[in-house]
Design a protein around this ligand. Structure first.
Ligand code: XMP
Length: 524
């Protein structure tokens, strides 16, 4: 089989909010791509050997001093280019056109672009026709605007606030669009990106779940040889898919360690064992470490300290189990592509630490095991797709993300077994209701938070003075920003009554309506 990565697209990131979305859309077209920062060297650009390059949007102004620039090699390689928003403006600026600051004509959100010519990339695209002109509904976000196109480019589309909204140099296969094709508000965006990568860049669409699995299995088999691999199985989507993938590749050479730390969701431990050990024949060692974790968390109420205690203890328990296995030389992890991109951003200093997510870092520096990360190139949707192909139950693969420290960061302040038990019950009521109302898959993440404060309630003739829980459900694309889901009142009302009626220690239920920012998704 040809190398799945041979036909590849390079995405140069200028700091846009939606750069990861561009990459996901390209992958959805069946084409492999990688995101790299705009300031990589010319040599790296050449060595990448892209069939085409996409220049992302970004927050800056191309005419500002020291503004990010397109690497010269990207302009000289002769491969097709697609500039999006900032990317288009940078092309104009560096290829001899004119970009002007237009504070009073900034354009954010919906816009209508009129097609005035039929360059290949845009031929026949249309959301509406008015006065015999094809119109595209698009999503714009820009301050500056293009005033003059560089030599060789023709004007293809125009909007009220961006008279030069689309440009094309058909001969050199260079295109610029002022709007964002990667967001769903741009109705023809997916078609446009597909045409660019499949037709203009001539990529074949080899990046499919079946091929990804075959490629990963071949690589794992070669890498691991006859050695043994250890995997920390959490029950979350990523580590579950790693387990299924490794099982397919190396069968009995895989041993999973599942640590029940007492901070899991209701019946989670049993479900994980059932799926993997009983149904799939994966070797799983279950370590019941609830007492050990809760003991270590006694008296600890600071969120970051809790994360450290949980993270360190997890590694400790895990290493103890690893030491019992004579031949394990590899440690497998469920690191996925957004983790790779975000850790790169944080080591380059371009992102602030808000919370330390322990499954990204946190491994001991003197680790004797070699690291195996078979999902490093994949986005979450791709991980889910190959999970289903590998035979994992759909509800497991479609589960919302669950943080490494588990309920440890959903019980505010000090964690106790009593609080964890109450929270597990309440959370199960909420999640079951989301499934019953067919809403689970419509929100990105939903869970319950335990608030260790007491509130007065009344049931029958009696007064209650008990704990409070908060329900949280968010809609998000990348978990970097999010808004509270507009869940139906009737459904929330039902959940609230069921929780208060069935769990005696809870007297009040609230619904968290904060967005991220300024709040975060988890409460700690
Ligand atoms: P925040 O709360 O930072 O969460 O808005 C963003 C996403 O990350 C998850 N999260 C974590 N995942 N370890 C993890 O593995 C952690 O310590 C952690 N903290 C937050 C959170 O559930 C959400 O999906």
């Amino acid at each position: 089989m040809a190398d799945l990565h041979d036909q590849r697209i390079l995405i140069l990131d200028f700091g846009g909010q939606t750069t990861q979305l561009i990459a996901r859309r390209v992958r959805e077209c069946g084409v492999y791509c990688e995101i790299h920062p705009w300031d990589i060297s010319d040599e790296v650009v050449r060595e990448f050997n892209a069939r085409g390059i996409i220049l992302s949007g970004g927050p800056e102004s191309v005419i500002a001093e020291g503004a990010p620039r397109i690497p010269q090699a990207a302009l000289e390689l002769g491969v097709p280019l697609l500039g999006i928003c900032y990317g288009m403006q940078a092309m104009v600026h560096q290829l001899g056109g004119d970009v002007r600051a237009q504070a009073s004509h900034s354009e954010f959100g919906y816009a209508s672009v009129q097609l005035v010519s039929t360059a290949d990339l845009f031929a026949g695209l249309s959301d509406r026709v008015e006065n015999e002109q094809n119109l595209l509904d698009v999503w714009m976000s820009h301050g500056d605007r293009v005033e003059a196109l560089p030599e060789g480019f023709e004007l293809v589309g125009t909007s009220a606030n961006a008279p030069m909204a689309i440009m094309a140099d058909e001969q050199k296969r260079r295109y610029g669009i002022q709007f964002h094709p990667e967001v769903t508000h741009t109705l023809q965006g997916a078609t446009l990106l597909k045409r660019f990568v499949r037709d203009i860049c001539a990529c074949d669409g080899l990046w499919t779940p079946g091929n990804i699995i075959d490629d990963a299995v071949a690589r794992i088999t070669e890498q691991v040889g006859d050695e043994e691999v250890l995997l920390g199985l959490s029950g979350g989507v990523d580590s579950s898919v790693v387990a299924a993938l490794l099982h397919k590749a190396i069968g009995k050479q895989l041993t999973c360690v599942f640590v029940d730390n007492g901070l899991l969701r209701l019946n989670e431990g049993d479900q994980v064992m059932q799926t993997f050990a009983d149904n799939m024949g994966v070797r799983v060692i279950r370590v019941n470490a609830e007492d050990r974790f809760l003991g270590a968390l006694k008296g600890v109420s600071d969120p970051e300290k809790k994360r450290k205690v949980i993270g360190n203890l997890f590694v400790e328990v895990f290493e103890e189990e690893a030491a019992k296995l004579a031949n394990a030389t590899w440690l497998a992890q469920g690191t996925i592509y957004p983790d790779v991109i975000e850790s790169a951003a944080s080591t380059s200093g371009s992102a602030h630490l808000i919370k330390s997510h322990h499954n990204v870092g946190g491994l001991p520096a003197d680790m004797r095991l070699k690291l195996l990360e078979p999902l490093r190139e994949l986005f979450k949707d791709e991980v889910r797709a190959i999970g289903v192909d590998l035979g994992l139950p759909a509800p497991m693969v479609q589960r919302h993300p669950f943080p490494g420290p588990g309920l440890g960061v959903r019980i505010l302040g000090e964690v106790t077994k009593e609080f964890a038990d109450i929270l597990r019950e309440a959370d199960a009521v909420f999640i079951d209701a989301l499934y019953a109302h067919d809403l689970y898959d419509k929100v990105s993440q939903a869970f319950t938070v335990f608030l260790p404060v007491k509130s007065v309630g009344v049931t029958g003739d009696g007064r209650r003075y008990d704990y409070v829980v908060a329900l949280r459900a968010v809609e998000t694309v990348d978990f970097m920003t999010a808004r509270a889901a507009r869940l139906p009142w009737d459904m929330l009302d039902e959940v609230s009554r069921n929780i208060c009626n069935s769990i005696p220690r809870i007297s009040r239920v609230s619904y968290d309506i904060s967005s991220k920012p300024p709040a975060t998704i988890e409460w700690e």
